[in-house]
Every structure is written in C-alpha cells, then in structure tokens.
Design a protein around this ligand. Structure first.
Ligand code: ADP
Length: 459
C-alpha cells in the first residue's frame, strides 16, 4: 500500500539522491572550469622546478632524487631518449601514453595532460590515476635528454581525508535515513488517528477522543476536528430533542381534540358544556396551526433560502401599527403601554421583522403582571438602530435567560403554564435578527421585568 509514510520516506531519500547527483554535476563542472587549469599550472610549476633543480645540481643521482620526490606524494614516470620508462612511487593504474607525446616532451615541449584530460559527467578527472593525466616536462641530466611525467599521488596525499570524509558521508546519510524513518512516523501518526476518528464519526459515534500534544498545523487540525465532532454531537442531540418536542407538541393537542370530540358525541351534555368543549377544540386547533406555521418558517429560515425581501422602510411606523393591533388585549389585561417610536427608516424584510416585533410584544403582554407596564422605544445610533421592549412582568432567572433562544424552550412551567405558547417564537426572532446581521440582547430580573433589545445595522 502506498501509504503517506512510505511516500514521504521514498520522496525524502529520493530527494537526497537527486541533490547528491545534482551537486556532484555542479562541483564537477566547477572543477572542469576553474580548478582543472589551476591544478594543471600548479603541477606544471612543480615539474619544471624538479627539472631545473636536476639541471642545476648535476652531482646528485637522478634516480635517488626522483625516488625521494615520489616519497613525498608524487607518481613519476621518467622516459629516456630511447623510450625506456622508469617509474617512481605508486604505479599508474593506466600506463598508456601515445609515443608522439613522449617524443614531443623529449623534444622540449611541455605536456599538459591534466588540462587536456577528457571531461566526463560522472567522473572527476582529478582522481584519474592514469599516465595520460600527468604533466610532462623535458629534463636534461648527465648530458642526456629525458621526459619527466608527474602527477600528485592522490591516494597518498588524501588517504586519511578520504576515509574521514567517507565516514562523515556514510554516517550522515545513514543517520538522515534513520531520522526520516522515525520522524515521518511521528509526523504521520496524527493523520492515522484522525482517519480512525473520522471513520468512527461517520458511523455515528460522536465521542471521539484524541490526545493532542502538537502545536503545529496537524495539532490545529486535530483541535478543529474535535470541535467539529462536538458541534456535530450537539446538533445530533438537538435534532433528536427537536423531533421529540415536535412529536409531543403535536400529539398533546391531537389527543385533547380526540378526547373532546368523543365527549361532544355524547348526548348527555349540556349546551354550556358543548360550547366550552368546542372552544377548547378550537384553541387546540389554533395552537396546532401556530405550531405548524412557526415550524414552516423555521424550516425555511434554516434552509437559508433567499427568502429575505429586503427594502428600506419606516420601522417606527410599522411598530406603531403593531401597537394599535394589540391595543385591545393590552387594555383587557390592564397593562400600561407607552412608546417612543420616531420615524426611523431601516433596511430589512418588513414581514420577517414584523414577526420579531410581534413575538416580543406578545411575550411582553403574555408574561406581564396585572397593572404592569410595557415600554417600547426605538432610537438611532451611529450605524445601528436599537429597538427595546421593556416590561414589568414575571422576569426570568439567569439560567432561564441563557436558554430562551433554544427551540421549544419554555422557562419555569409553573409560572408560564397558564400562558399559551410553543417555545419557538424567540428562536425564530433570533434567527431573523441574525439573518439581518443584528443581535438580540436580554436583560431580565425575576419578578421585576424583562427588556429585549434588538440591535439592527443601518446598512
Ligand atoms: P413562547 O411561545 O413560550 O412564548 P418564546 O420562544 O417566545 O416561546 O419564549 C420562550 C420562553 O422565554 C417563554 O416560554 C418564556 O418562559 C420566556 N420569555 C419570553 N419572553 C419573556 C418575557 N417578556 N418575560 C418573561 N419571560 C419571557
């Protein structure tokens, strides 16, 4: 299997080899262009010095002198005028040398074998242990002519360095490969863990646990994954709760309707009872109708359909109209309603925002106390418009405030059970305000009152 681990290891080692070959070619080119001429002239000078020393000191033995030179690290070939060769020092691996070159040097010409040595891509001429890779100079001794060919004994001069560099190279490569093998395992491990976690998540197990010790991109990815798993788990919980709430909220009015219709079938009930039962049935039908309308609205808001029809309109006017519609019920409940609603234009969907205002005002009435009051105000700030619904009603505990925007949540049933509601109004209101790019804030004190502050951006 071509795992990420194998790929990474192969790629790293491959890259090492490619860089090695590339750097070899580059340094070889550098040798051919720059070092070769330098090496040639340096060795030409050495060969000429040897030749002139021999000529200036006729008393010394040529053979002894060349032998001692070879002992300090040179390979030497001496050719006499008859073409007889004598070698000093380490012998050449390849002793072939065209006769014409020998004759040229005997005739007094200098042979630049090092400079002329053919260039090959993967072999550095510097190391070629061949007679052709030498410097040849003419030499006169005892009145005879010789041709002297020399080249440094690379093995002799560089032996220890060779071994040292060789070891450094081998150790470095081996260590790098071992480290790549270990580090890649460490690098790839979180990916394998993540893959396992993804599979268990796909199978519906949201309790993913992962130990995250890293602080790099993979650590960040693991954190995001855990966060995503937590969110998915919450959404799954919410979905289950939502379905069970809907089922319950539909089931209970249906069984009430069923109960009352069977009672209506009985002939032994009075006219008064009949009227009361029919009114209860109507109430339950209204409740079911509100619930389905709210569910439909929530579903389309959730689908984020392009259902918003935004336009610039006078929200102050809209709120005043709403207040007028509620006037009779406010009067009936003996609630004092005051408002400060100047003509302020906003950009938004008038019908959706009306749902928000309707919900906030109806809640302020529903959860108010007899002789309580409601204050609605609207004010314009730099780039927002604030709409406040403040009531002196039953208020809420902090723990309840934290949950009121959850779907189907209804605070303390003991206090609100007499009030009709579905627990969907505020979650719809919040979704609409969010879609408008605004916020809803709540301030509430139990038994004292509640204020909902809607903040809408002007643009
Ligand atoms: P409901 O249909 O129950 O009114 P909402 O989503 O509109 O549903 O409100 C959720 C809950 O928040 C209500 O059941 C109530 O407990 C609480 N609540 C909302 N508005 C007020 C308010 N003005 N005063 C006190 N409690 C409120």
């Amino acid at each position: 299997m071509k795992t990420l681990y194998v790929k990474f290891v192969v790629l790293t080692i491959g890259m090492m080899f490619i860089s090695f070959i590339f750097s070899f070619i580059l340094s070889n080119a550098y040798y051919q262009q720059k070092l070769k001429p330098y090496n040639d002239s340096k060795n030409t000078k050495v060969a000429l010095d040897i030749a002139s020393f021999v000529e200036q000191h006729p008393q010394i033995s040529l053979a002894d002198y060349l032998k001692s030179i070879s002992e300090v690290g040179y390979q030497i070939c001496l050719v006499d005028e008859h073409g007889k060769r004598s070698f000093f020092g380490k012998s050449f691996r390849d002793k072939s040398l065209p006769l014409s070159i020998q004759e040229d040097v005997l005739g007094g010409r200098v042979f630049h074998g090092m400079l002329l040595f053919p260039q090959e891509t993967f072999v550095t001429g510097f190391f070629a242990d061949e007679l052709k890779n030498t410097i040849g100079v003419p030499l006169k001794a005892d009145g005879r002519s010789f041709a002297l060919f020399i080249r440094p004994d690379i093995k002799f001069l560089f032996n220890e360095m060779h071994i040292l560099f060789g070891w450094i190279f081998v150790i470095a490569i081996t260590l790098t490969i071992i480290m790549v093998l270990i580090y890649t395992k460490y690098l790839v491990k979180p990916i394998s863990t993540l893959t396992k976690a993804t599979k268990s998540l796909a199978n519906g197990d949201f309790n993913v646990e992962m130990e995250i010790t890293r602080h790099d991109e993979l650590g960040e990815l693991s954190h995001s994954f855990l966060w995503m798993a937590k969110k998915l788990s919450q959404m799954d919980e919410m979905r289950k709760e939502f379905i069970s709430n809907i089922s319950h909220d539909i089931q209970s009015p249906l069984s009430n309707i069923k109960g009352y219709t069977s009672l209506l079938e009985s002939e032994a009930i009075s006219q008064e009872e009949r009227i009361q039962y029919v009114s209860t049935i109507n109430g339950e039908i209204r409740r079911l109708s509100t619930l389905t309308k709210q569910l439909l609205l929530l579903a389309s808001l959730d689908r984020n359909e392009d259902m918003m029809k935004k336009k610039r309109y006078n929200a102050g006017q809209q709120l005043k109209e709403l207040v007028r519609n509620y006037q009779w019920i406010v009067g009936e409940k003996e609630i004092m309603l005051s408002y400060s609603l100047p003509d302020i234009e906003i950009i938004g969907d008038p019908s959706l925002l009306n749902t928000v205002w309707d919900n906030l005002l109806s809640n302020a009435i529903k959860y108010n106390k007899p002789n309580g009051s409601i204050e609605i105000s609207m004010e314009e700030r730099a780039d927002i418009v604030l709409v406040t619904f403040a009531d002196t009603g039953i208020g809420m505990k902090n723990s309840e405030v934290d949950r009121i925007f959850e779907r189907f949540y209804r605070a303390d049933m003991a206090r609100t059970r007499t009030v009709d509601g579905t627990g969907l109004g505020l979650s719809i209101a919040k979704t609409i305000v969010d879609l408008h790019g605004g916020h809803i804030n709540v301030k509430s004190i139990e038994n004292e009152g509640t204020a909902f502050i809607v903040e809408l951006p002007k643009k």
